[in-house]
Design a binder for this molecule. Structure first.
Ligand SMILES: Nc1ncnc2c1ncn2[C@@H]1O[C@H](COP(=O)(O)OP(=O)(O)O)[C@@H](O)[C@H]1O
Ligand SMILES: [Mg+2]
Length: 383
């Protein structure tokens, strides 16, 4: 038997006058997934969520649930529920009354309401909170109650639009852990919207990165981080150095790239095929770059010491070496960020963990340093 995706979004577009808010978006979301729409403000996340919920109509394309189009189904008949920022529990109602609210609105019988409220509280593992008021609950418990309220109508899908965006960093992190556990417990498909890349990485099974109404990349968090398919995704997900250049040679799994202003480096080939001469960009995470005192990185020292900064490319091997100067540094407690100026003024962000006891300042501003990375440290994208 063929396994169907729970939700299929097929070529969906939405136009506001001349402005194309969604441009032929296609996505498949599987049952039980924690799926996130991630992108900068204004890229179309809420617009897409509203189309899924049925609050708004697409100008083209289709949305299928279990293989059947729901485009013509009014929102109240779609088996899904939307949760907005802050969860909005009614403070003057008990937990049970809060959860019962959508059922009372729908005119459910009293007995039915009672059993469904009990079931929802069991689902979020707070059966003893029925008589409590929201103010007496912790942030995580309030979140569970809001989700219990969303679950009473037994939706197939929960849509969440930036529910944590108003919280401070620490509380948000706690709530993220709660959300992960909750989604695992109840097993319902979550479609989660956020502009916060770290939140998306922490929560999601898969992420769709959006850019100007289009899907830039859909992948698991570690794939997005390690193998971004474009400069935009590399830049948007985590910190990333992006060095532009062109392909000089491709031999087996190794690509020789001539980096603008820096010279040739070896890069392991990605899935994409790069024609010789084509423009490309090397995306390089700060933590993948080694930084050492000038001439301190083994293998580089012998050849490096006699070279001037202007011609700092070492003979090509599995590692790329460059020299530069510490432009500035940022002490962040667990790590220190060193921005290193290479020849031609290119600024490279590197990271050093401050894990050795007593060591926090390895370098000062103006220190001459060497940076090095291995050929599989970076990832090549078209530019
Ligand atoms: N009802 C509307 N009328 C006109 N423009 C809209 C409307 N809704 C959204 N937009 C525009 O569409 C774009 C995407 O909006 P939205 O989906 O809310 O972005 P996001 O949720 O990613 O921040 C924005 O430029 C926004 O101004
Ligand atoms: Mg939005």
């Amino acid at each position: 038997m063929e396994i169907l995706d729970l939700l299929e979004i097929v070529d969906v577009s939405r136009r506001f006058d001349a402005f194309l808010a969604l441009d032929r978006v296609s996505l498949q979301i599987e049952a039980g997934e924690f799926f996130t729409l991630l992108g900068p403000s204004g890229c179309g996340k809420t617009t897409l969520l509203r189309l899924i919920a049925g609050f708004d109509q697409a100008d083209g394309g289709d949305i299928l649930l279990d293989g059947k189009s729901i485009i013509a189904t009014p929102p109240e008949y779609r088996p899904l529920h939307t949760i907005f920022q802050n969860y909005a529990l009614f403070p003057h109602m008990t937990v049970a009354e809060n959860i019962a609210f959508p059922l009372r609105m729908a005119g459910c019988a009293k007995k039915e309401i009672q059993s469904r409220v009990g079931e929802a509280l069991e689902n979020v593992r707070l059966p003893d909170k029925a008589g409590k008021y929201p103010d007496s609950l912790s942030g995580g418990q309030k979140q569970r109650i809001a989700i219990a309220r969303a679950l009473v109508n037994r939706p197939r899908l929960l849509l969440l639009d930036e529910p944590l965006s108003a919280l401070d960093a620490k509380l948000s992190e706690q709530m993220q852990l709660e959300l992960i556990n909750l989604q695992k417990d109840i097993g319902i498909t979550f479609i989660y919207v956020t502009h916060d890349q770290s939140e998306a990485l922490a929560l999601s099974h898969r992420i769709a990165v959006m850019d100007h109404g289009r899907i830039a990349q859909v992948d698991a968090p570690s794939r997005l981080y390690g193998y971004p398919n474009s400069r935009f995704v590399a830049d948007f997900i985590g910190k990333c150095n992006v060095l532009a250049g062109h392909v000089r040679e491709q031999q087996g799994d190794c690509v020789t790239v001539e980096l603008d202003g820096l010279g040739p480096v070896h890069v392991c080939r990605s899935e994409t095929n790069f024609g010789v001469g084509s423009r490309c960009a090397l995306t390089l995470r700060p933590e993948k770059i080694r930084i050492g005192r000038f001439s301190s990185i083994p293998g580089a020292s012998d050849t490096m010491t006699s070279m001037s900064v202007a011609d700092t490319v070492s003979p090509l091997g599995d590692e790329s070496h460059f020299t530069g100067y510490v432009h500035d540094l940022l002490y962040l407690g667990d790590v220190t960020v060193y921005n290193v100026t290479l020849s031609n003024g290119i600024l490279l962000e590197t990271l050093l963990a401050n894990s050795a006891s007593g060591r926090t300042n390895f370098f000062e501003v103006g220190d001459r340093v060497e940076v090095a990375w291995s050929c599989d440290a970076g990832h090549l994208v078209l530019d």
